[in-house]
Design a protein around this ligand. Sequence first.
Ligand SMILES: Nc1ncnc2c1ncn2[C@@H]1O[C@H](COP(=O)(O)OP(=O)(O)OP(=O)(O)O)[C@@H](O)[C@H]1O
Ligand SMILES: [Mg+2]
Length: 294
Amino acid sequence: MPVVLQVANLVKSFGSLTAVNDVSFEIRQGSCFGLLGPNGAGKTTTIEMMEGIKTPDSGTIRYQGKPLGERFRNEAGIMFQTTALQEHIKVREIMLQFSRFYPDSASIDELASQFALHDFLHQDTRKLSGGQKQRLLLAMAQINKPKILFLDEPTTGLDPQSRRNLWKEVQKIKEEGATVLLTTHYMEEAYELCDEIAIMDHGRIIAHDAPDALLAAHFDDVVVQLHAADIPRDIGEREFHATYRNDSAHIVTGDVNKTIEHLLQFDIPLDRLRIRARDLEDLFLELTGKELRA
Ligand SMILES: Nc1ncnc2c1ncn2[C@@H]1O[C@H](COP(=O)(O)OP(=O)(O)OP(=O)(O)O)[C@@H](O)[C@H]1O
Ligand SMILES: [Mg+2]
């Protein structure tokens, strides 16, 4: 697929802080590109430069081979990380108002049914719950039938079911040929939706590839997971270099047989043992030293 959006050597500073430090990548048509990184990594600053909202100090952004212009403005849909919705206005009216900015806009009723907004169309925007507001914002980002959609943490604050519904919507958007740029703190979401991900930290991209390729390149081991109560912390840490998270102890090993023999030597019960492949959460932790959901 051809490249639709290309950023090269983007830099943006705020005073002495370089929030985005020489960032380059390309996004292919019909793909979902995920930007991951801890709080303050520079994701929103990067995405806002790509949206044409912040001006880079240096570097270039090209849409369909050309600098951002009229065509980009008509074809881009944007869902900001935080948006203050106008108050004292009904949901239907705000959608209508928004649609008038564009020469070719989607039907409000179709968007309402797509995003389960029908019940709220005549409600004041102040009365929406967090998740309802999130759905409205996603619907509004699609009012101009965008060919490229920017979603900055679209599912933060959503319940698990609404999050999955939104994933389905994003899949559908992709299937219809649109391109998506997404930021998220949810590993599962990135894995589910993204064809490529870039992990940012301190303004720089520190890893970039397809999710499975990233995992294959970084790990050749698995995690033996035990219930924390089954393996005393002193033994776990000393003998197995285990890390304890919530109620579980995680032992990273390249040789499961040997680890299990070793566990048996210490009479550790194995009834609740699980073995899992390394995932993006592990990769994130390894690369940034931080949990994904900071
Ligand atoms: N307008 C601004 N003025 C000064 N500093 C800013 C401004 N906007 C962002 N920053 C700083 O730039 C850095 C990157 O911020 P950014 O919002 O891009 O991070 P992020 O990766 O989106 O984080 P989060 O996951 O919390 O949304 C942060 O240290 C932030 O404090
Ligand atoms: Mg952000």
